[in-house]
Design a protein around this ligand. Structure first.
Ligand SMILES: Nc1ncnc2c1ncn2[C@@H]1O[C@H](COP(=O)(O)OP(=O)(O)OP(=O)(O)O)[C@@H](O)[C@H]1O
Ligand SMILES: [Mg+2]
Length: 514
C-alpha cells in the first residue's frame, strides 16, 4: 500500500482530529474504546487494532479489552486470538510498550522473535505493526496496537503523534475513572442515606433543603422533589418554632456559636398535613469547605413518648393502688382488731382490780378478754387472708381459684391446669384477676353462666373469666380492671377485656412464664 507525500504528512493529523472528536463525543467507556480504535484505524488506513489494559500489579499479565477491524474483512480470527491473549510485562508488542513506556514499531511481526501471535498474524496476512502506550501521570495504563497488511519501515512522525495521543487518551481515561469513582460514591451515599431509618435532612446556609432521604419522605409525608430548594423551616418545623430556628441559624452564621449542634435534643416536627409530633434531633455541620451546610438526623419518637406516658400513668396508678390498699388495711386494723385489743386491755385491767374483792367479776372480765382476743385473732387472720390468701401460697392456683369459685353467687364452670405451680408473683396476679372479675360479674353482669379457666398455653399462663351477662365493661369507668391491666403489664403480660353489650364479657390475662 503506497501513499503520496502530502498524505503521509496529513494522516497523523487526521488521526489526531479523529481521536479528539471521539473523546469529546464519548459518554460511555465501552463504546468509546471501539470508536477510538475505528477513528485511528480509519484515519491511518491500518485495518485492525486492539486496546490492552495494564494491570495495577506489575506481575499480573495485561489483557486485551477491545479489538477493531475494518468491517467485511477476514481479520476476525486474529481479533479473537488477540482477545484471548495474556501478555506479561515485556512480552510481545504491547508488553514491550508497557515495560518501556514508549511507542514501538515492527516492520514485520512474522520475523520478530518476541511476538507470540506471529503465526496467527501471518495467517491473517498482517505484517507491519505499531503500538503506543496510554499514559497518565507517568503510569502506563495500557497500550494501543495497530496492524497493516504490508511490510513497513518505522514512521517516526506517526509514532511521535501516537505518543502524544496516548497521553491525551490516558488523561481522558483517568478523568473518566475519577468521575466514575465520584459517581459510585455518590450512589453509595444515596443508598446508605435511603436505607437509614432516621430522617436525614441537609440544608444550606439559607435554610434551603438540599437533601432529603427516604425516611424523611416517610416521616414528614412529602417527597424529595417537593421539598428540595424550599425553606426547611416552612416545610418541617411548626409555625411557632420557626422564628427560633431562624434566629439560631443566623446567630450561628454570625458568631459561630450554636447551642443545638452535635447533641441530641427533643423538639417538635410538623408533617405535610400540619400535624405536629415529637422528634429527637441531632444537627451537625457538614465538614466540607465552602458555604456552611447542616445535616439534621431526626427520629419520630411519638411511640416512645406514648409508651413513657403510659408507663408513668401506670406507675402512678400502682402507687395509688398500693396507698389505697394500705389505707384499707389501716382502717380495718383500726376499726377491727385494734378496737378489740383496746377492750381486751380494758377487761384485763378490770379483772386485775376486781381480783381481790370480787373474784367472780374478775373471772367474767377475764372470759370477755379471752373472747375478745379470739375475735381479734380471727379478724387479723381474715385481714391477712385478704392481702394474700394462705391457700394460694400453700396449694397454688387450683385450690385458691376453687375457693373463689365456691363463693360466687353465679354458678362457675372451672377449667384449671391441675396442681401446676407458677412463680409466686404470677400466681398472685392471676388470683387477683379472677377475684376482681368474679366480683365484677356479681356486681355488674347479671350473668347466668360463668366460666373460669387457668391453663398453661405455649410457655404462658392464660387466665380467662367469661360470663354471659350484660357486657359493656369499660376500663375507664372504675379502678378494678385498670388496676388489673397494670398488675399484668408489670409482669410483662398482656391483659384484654372483650365486652360487647348484650353478649357478655371475657377478661383475659396472659403471663409469659417460659
Ligand atoms: N363482667 C362485667 N359485666 C358487665 N359490666 C362490667 C363487667 N365488669 C365490669 N363492668 C363494667 O365496667 C366498669 C369498670 O369495671 P371496674 O372493675 O374497673 O370498676 P368497678 O367494678 O366499677 O369499680 P372497682 O374499682 O371497685 O372495681 C364497671 O363499672 C362496670 O360498669
Ligand atoms: Mg370492679
Amino acid at each position: 500500500m503506497m501513499r503520496g507525500a502530502n498524505e503521509i504528512r496529513s494522516y497523523p493529523l487526521r488521526a489526531e482530529h479523529a481521536v479528539a472528536r471521539t473523546l469529546a463525543d464519548s459518554d460511555d467507556a465501552g463504546p468509546m474504546q471501539s470508536k477510538l480504535l475505528a477513528a485511528i484505524g480509519e484515519a491511518l488506513g491500518w485495518p485492525t487494532g486492539a486496546i490492552w489494559e495494564a494491570p495495577v500489579a506489575q506481575d499480573d499479565p495485561m489483557c486485551c479489552v477491545e479489538t477493531w477491524h475494518v468491517p467485511g474483512t477476514d481479520l476476525e480470527a486474529f481479533a479473537t486470538i488477540t482477545r484471548g491473549t495474556r501478555l506479561v510485562r515485556g512480552e510481545g508488542l504491547p508488553g514491550r510498550v508497557w515495560a518501556s513506556a514508549a511507542p514501538a514499531w515492527l516492520a514485520d511481526v512474522g520475523a520478530d522473535s518476541n511476538f507470540p501471535r506471529a503465526a496467527a498474524a501471518v495467517r491473517a496476512g498482517l505484517h507491519a505493526a505499531f503500538c503506543f502506550p496510554v499514559r497518565s501521570g507517568g503510569r502506563v495504563l495500557g497500550a494501543i496496537e495497530f496492524f497493516d497488511r504490508g511490510w513497513r519501515e518505522p514512521d517516526e512522525e506517526l509514532l511521535a503523534t501516537m505518543a502524544i495521543l496516548g497521553g491525551q487518551i490516558g488523561q481522558f481515561v483517568e478523568r473518566r475513572r475519577a468521575e466514575q469513582a465520584v459517581s459510585d460514591s455518590e450512589q453509595l451515599k444515596r443508598a446508605m442515606l435511603d436505607a437509614a431509618l432516621d430522617a436525614v435532612v441537609t440544608i444550606d446556609e439559607h435554610s434551603r433543603i438540599v437533601d432529603f432521604n427516604m425516611a424523611a419522605e416517610r416521616i414528614f409525608g412529602c417527597s424529595r422533589e417537593q421539598v428540595l430548594g424550599h425553606d426547611m423551616a416552612e416545610t418541617i418545623i411548626p409555625p411557632w418554632l420557626r422564628e427560633r430556628h431562624r434566629l439560631g441559624l443566623a446567630r450561628y452564621l454570625r458568631t459561630g456559636a450554636g447551642d443545638v449542634l452535635d447533641r441530641r435534643v427533643e423538639i417538635v416536627g410538623m408533617r405535610a398535613d400540619g400535624a405536629e409530633f415529637p422528634v429527637e434531633l441531632t444537627i451537625t455541620r457538614v465538614d466540607l469547605p465552602g458555604a456552611p451546610r447542616f445535616t439534621g438526623f431526626l427520629r419520630d419518637i411519638t411511640d416512645r413518648r406514648r409508651a413513657e406516658t403510659d408507663l408513668k400513668a401506670s406507675r402512678a396508678r400502682i402507687v395509688e393502688a398500693a396507698d389505697a390498699e394500705r389505707r384499707r388495711i389501716e382502717r380495718n386494723l383500726h376499726d377491727g382488731a385494734q378496737q378489740r385489743l383496746v377492750w381486751v386491755g380494758y377487761g384485763l385491767r378490770t379483772a386485775r382490780q376486781a381480783l381481790d374483792r370480787d373474784p367472780s367479776a374478775a373471772a367474767e372480765a377475764l372470759d370477755e378478754a379471752i373472747a375478745g382476743l379470739a375475735q381479734a385473732g380471727d379478724e387479723l387472720r381474715e385481714l391477712a387472708r385478704g392481702i394474700h390468701p394462705a391457700v394460694l401460697s400453700e396449694g397454688g392456683l387450683e385450690p385458691a381459684l376453687t375457693i373463689l369459685a365456691e363463693r360466687s353467687v353465679t354458678l362457675v364452670e372451672l377449667d384449671l391446669t391441675p396442681e401446676e405451680r407458677f412463680p409466686a408473683a404470677i400466681e398472685t396476679a392471676a388470683y387477683f384477676v379472677v377475684a376482681e372479675a368474679l366480683t365484677n360479674v356479681a356486681r355488674h353482669a347479671s350473668a347466668g353462666r360463668l366460666n373460669v379457666s387457668a391453663k398453661r398455653v405455649d410457655g404462658a399462663l392464660v387466665v380467662e373469666v367469661a360470663d354471659d351477662g350484660c357486657g359493656g365493661a369499660d376500663l375507664g369507668r372504675g379502678s378494678g380492671l385498670r388496676g388489673l391491666a397494670d398488675r399484668v403489664s408489670a409482669l410483662s403480660g398482656t391483659f384484654a377485656v372483650t365486652s360487647v353489650p348484650g353478649k357478655g364479657t371475657i377478661v383475659r390475662a396472659e403471663f409469659p412464664c417460659g
